[in-house]
Design a protein around this ligand. Structure first.
Ligand SMILES: [Zn+2]
Length: 450
């Protein structure tokens, strides 16, 4: 299958666009502009803007195991409807958790037939996994099988994936260093949060939930895991960084020479404590939404220590958000379908980011950090032809009922977003085009594969 996509515009530095043509064969980009073969089939891009397919490095598609909340069929349809061509799914919201090669194989075979987009997988290391004396070998086998990194928690609410003490974390990063592997961490200090929870006992409102997980818990966990990773020479990635203070701690550690990257999510850059009354548990997530001051200052670190956007996509049935107590309501937001339009609206259109920065933050940076570049996150000749055709000027109103995830509600309900996705291509195949989907053709992306 080969074709030349013509009549498109591509980012050409800053906010500029230039007309372009791109030739695709056997799922890869093969040439641009004057280099394109003249006698191949043509596709008309209708003047739309062509961007590299979005990579969401942090999703919970919950399969196998928690499929009443989300599954790959729905999650990956939502992804491609939003221009996302590759996701990295998390190991903890799977049964069994992806802490062994056997569990990885089980997960791949369960989700592969349903995947609309390509997917990388995080391996994981939990306190549960460390009870098996074979855990260093499990890490090695997972790394050799191509996971993009190892997710750990400094604070976890899951009995099947308990958090690591800092002592255990130190053992894990030593093994990761021996493998050359990257470790991702949910950075909230368990001791601080336990103390705050005890102090707030009996309270049920969102503000109390947020107060139980203060910014200083995030800063302290980053300080601890950052020092341990740096001492062992391990590459570290802070998932869903929620506060500017946390970003400043990452910057401090980087100043000392630590190899630390960080992602943040649309929810932390959009909402604040002032939205708790209006949105309640619709914006319950972990770490929690922060103050106006933290949110506004967090933007200053986007493109700096925060090199990528992620969604932490984690839907649930609406009933799980309505238990009557913010502490027991489900923590998670469905976001994968809105990531690109959100970045274009709040970033590019609002004047906070250039188009080039949006591409970096939604695609290129994650591919580089997690060992997939230039196969993913690039449209250089030889790269996978993963791309999205978007109309930057066309807007739409967010309606939960229009989302393709199992979680058909959104804290962005009623907001106008710019950047409508017209078509999404995965390895040259139009998996989403003008509202219709092709059959699932997603692949498991192995780290380092060229
Ligand atoms: Zn998560």
């Amino acid at each position: 299958m080969k074709f030349v996509l013509e009549n498109v515009r591509v980012p050409a530095g800053g906010n500029t666009l230039r007309p372009a043509r791109m030739a695709v064969a056997s799922g890869r980009v093969v040439a641009w502009d004057e280099e394109c073969p003249v006698d191949w089939a043509r596709e008309d891009g209708q003047g739309l803007v062509l961007l590299p397919g979005v990579i969401d490095p942090h999703t919970h598609f919950d399969e196998p195991g928690y499929t009443w909340r989300e599954d790959f069929a729905h999650g990956s349809r939502a992804a491609v409807a939003g221009g996302v061509t590759t996701i990295f799914d998390m190991p903890d919201t799977s049964v069994p958790p992806v802490t062994t090669r056997a569990a990885l194989a089980e997960k791949v075979s369960a989700v592969l037939p349903h995947a609309m987009c390509d997917f990388g997988l995080w391996g994981g290391v939990s306190a549960n996994a460390l009870e098996d004396p074979g855990w260093p070998r499990h890490m090695q086998e997972l790394w050799e099988a191509g996971v993009i990194g190892f997710k750990t928690y400094a604070l976890s609410g899951m009995a099947t994936f308990r958090h690591l003490s800092y002592k255990q974390f130190e053992e894990v990063v030593r093994q990761a260093a021996a493998l050359g592997a990257l470790v991702g961490v949910h950075a909230e200090d368990a001791g601080i949060v336990e103390g705050e929870r005890a102090r707030l006992c009996g309270r049920t409102e969102m503000a109390a939930y947020a107060a139980s997980r203060p910014v200083r818990a995030e800063v302290e966990a980053i300080r601890q895991v950052g020092a341990l990773a740096h001492a062992s020479g391990t590459r570290l990635h802070i998932v869903h960084l929620s506060s500017a203070s946390g970003a400043e701690e990452v910057a401090r550690l980087r100043g000392l020479g630590a190899d630390i990257s960080a992602e943040t999510c649309p929810q932390y850059l959009t909402f604040s404590e002032q939205d708790f009354g209006r949105l309640g548990s619709l914006i319950k997530c972990a770490p929690p939404i922060r103050s106006v001051a933290e949110r506004d200052r967090l933007w200053q670190h986007v493109g700096g220590v925060i090199s990528m956007f992620a969604t932490d996509h984690a839907p649930c049935p609406i009933e799980e958000k309505q238990t009557g107590n913010a502490f027991s309501d489900y923590a998670g937001i469905a976001g994968v379908e809105l990531l690109l339009p959100w970045a274009l609206t709040y970033g590019w259109r609002a004047g906070r980011l250039t188009l080039e920065q949006v591409v970096e933050l939604t695609s290129r940076s994650a591919a580089r950090r997690f060992g997939l570049w230039p196969r993913k996150g690039s449209l250089l000749p030889g790269s996978d032809a993963d791309f999205v055709l978007v109309n930057l000027e066309e807007n739409f109103v967010v309606r939960g009922e229009n989302l393709h995830s199992k979680g058909r509600f959104s804290p962005f309900e009623g907001e106008t977003f710019y950047g409508r996705v017209h078509a999404t291509y995965v390895r040259g195949m139009a998996v989403f085009k003008r509202g219709t989907f092709c059959r699932p053709c997603g692949r498991f992306v192995v780290r380092g594969e060229t």
